[in-house]
Design a binder for this molecule. Structure first.
Ligand code: UN1
Length: 509
């Protein structure tokens, strides 16, 4: 099955590492092998770029930008529309490759490609709606307005957990804005990125677009640093750990460049005494174990009202007992593997830390063994009773570990929800209007995403996606997140015969 998919995308044993969107440049950096966490097999390898090859890609991107910025935005949207169409054709194959290379369930792999299609549709509409304001000038015979121009090269650093969707959120919006993109995907998922480029190349070639419009560069930390340091990269959009984001932010800030950061989350659901517990159960289990706990939006903490704590934890124990863990390509399984053995080691360290800090497990964790789990990356989703201040609870562990704790009154619950360094997603389960509105009010959740009667994960692309505090403050995807990919210019035009100064200043010569 996987060989057919690799063939579909012309992925061979060893693949060139840099593409300018039209042709693949052969690269001479070290190789990266992609291992599937599903069965531990090596899928294929890619070649990384050297600094000189990276520079070549950037030079082509600069040239492409000089052309692309002059193409009318709706015409740019037409290209993105065609990319969306091509993704529809390849949805199944790309979804499977994502699932096999990254380890998320087939449903979620397909869902990820659907997110790409959705953002294409959104970007097409947006290409006719890059609105600026007009304002009244205080001076007679003057007109003021603002317009949005593209930035130039957008560097995209993406993470393994959404190996293709997060790139598309950035790239599709950036393209309609008139920017060109250079993408450094995660070293753990280079082939899903390559497959996207095969799809993109088809569309670009068909439309005879120049090289360098979108580029794919494979590499590690060094490559990320070259992009962060590079004044030719106008915006660096980085998704990943808070540690990585801080490093990128410092380097980009030192050259006064622009950054868009999507970093860690430590997302909580508050479960009120007035919650619909069946609905809560669904939201919590999907949020906590979906993508094996490796979403930025994964539900990590449950803050439960004391009146329903026993009842809900019982329901959770039963639900967890029914979870099927195994090959994510088998639609009957709910939970696939973690990305690699390092992730398994971090999961095990977290389990130790929970115990050392005095936490207790109501659903035990552990690594699964046996032929079906030969990759060594399959772990049991677990649930621990903890206190919010534990160092391990304050940390994002990318694994299916759910922390539960109790509260008495809603103010206390909101304080607990907010009392972590991260601020991405949050939710409340309640049928009580006062509680819901308090949670959404200025005195409520401090996160970029706050939901009512929905879990913390599974956001739609139409909203702005991102969070506060150590999550990095960036917003991507829908709403007016496009503004981060453009520069605003304020224009004042004098169509009169005098030159009056603003603020009534007199200056006579
Ligand atoms: C991420 O985990 O990096 O809201 C992105 C969600 C998805 C995107 C998650 N739409 O869970």
């Amino acid at each position: 099955m996987i060989n057919d998919i690799l063939n579909t995308f012309s992925i061979s044993e060893q693949n060139p590492g840099a593409s300018d969107g039209v042709q693949f440049i052969s690269t001479s950096g070290a190789g990266i092998n992609s291992w599937s966490p599903v069965d531990g097999h090596k899928i294929a390898g890619v070649q990384t770029v050297t600094k000189a090859e990276y520079d070549q890609v950037i030079t082509k991107a600069q040239a492409a930008f000089r052309y692309w910025r002059t193409v009318p935005a709706p015409a740019r949207g037409e290209i993105v529309r065609q990319i969306g169409e091509a993704l529809r054709v390849h949805k199944d194959a790309l979804g499977k490759l994502v699932s096999y290379e990254m380890g998320k369930s087939l449903q979620e792999g397909r869902g990820e490609v659907q997110e790409m299609i959705d953002i294409c549709d959104f970007a097409v509409g947006l290409s006719r709606q890059l609105y600026g304001l007009t304002m009244h000038s205080e001076r007679p015979a003057h007109r003021m307005y603002e317009q949005w121009h593209p930035l130039g090269i957008v560097g995209i650093i993406s993470a393994f957990n959404f190996p293709v969707a997060v790139w598309s959120w950035n790239a599709m919006i950036a393209l309609v804005c008139g920017d060109v993109c250079v993408w450094k995907p995660s070293e753990k998922t280079p082939l899903s990125a390559l497959a996207c480029f095969r799809i993109l190349t088809e569309v670009f070639n068909k439309n005879q677009l120049p090289e360098g419009l979108c580029s794919l560069v494979q590499g590690g930390k060094d490559l990320g640093e070259w992009m962060a340091e590079d004044p030719r990269v106008a915006l660096v959009s980085a998704t990943g750990s808070t540690r990585m984001g801080k490093a990128v932010n410092i380097t980009v800030a030192a050259r006064l460049g622009k950054c868009l950061l999507e970093l860690g989350g430590n997302n909580a659901i508050i479960v009120s005494g007035d919650a619909d517990l069946d609905m809560t159960l669904m939201g919590v289990v999907f949020g906590a174990v979906g993508t094996a706990g490796q979403r930025c939006t994964t539900t990590r903490r449950l803050i439960i009202h004391e009146s329903v704590f026993g009842q809900l934890t019982e329901k959770l124990k039963n639900a967890y007992a029914q979870l099927r863990i195994g090959d994510p390509l088998d639609a009957r399984n709910h939970v696939g593997p973690l990305i690699d053995k390092d992730a398994v080691a971090q999961y095990l360290q977290a389990l130790d830390a929970i115990q050392n800090e005095g936490g207790t497990f109501i659903v035990e964790g552990g690594v699964l063994e046996g032929a079906e789990y030969a990759s060594g990356c399959y772990v049991k989703p677990c649930i621990a009773v903890v206190e919010n201040h534990f160092a391990i609870v304050q940390t994002e562990t990318f694994a299916p570990i759910l922390y539960v704790m109790q509260y008495r009154d809603m103010e206390e619950a909101i304080a607990m929800q907010n009392d972590v360094p991260q601020g991405l997603s949050s939710a409340i389960m309640t049928l009580n209007l006062r509680e819901a509105e308090l949670f959404l009010s200025v005195a409520g959740s401090d996160c970029g995403i706050a939901n009512v009667n929905i879990g913390t994960s599974g956001a739609e692309i139409g909203g702005a996606f991102g969070g506060e505090k150590e999550t990095g403050g960036g917003r991507e995807s829908g709403s007016d997140a496009w503004k981060a990919y453009m520069r605003r210019q304020t224009n004042t035009i004098n169509y009169g015969k005098e030159l009056p100064l603003a603020q009534g200043i007199a200056f006579n010569i």
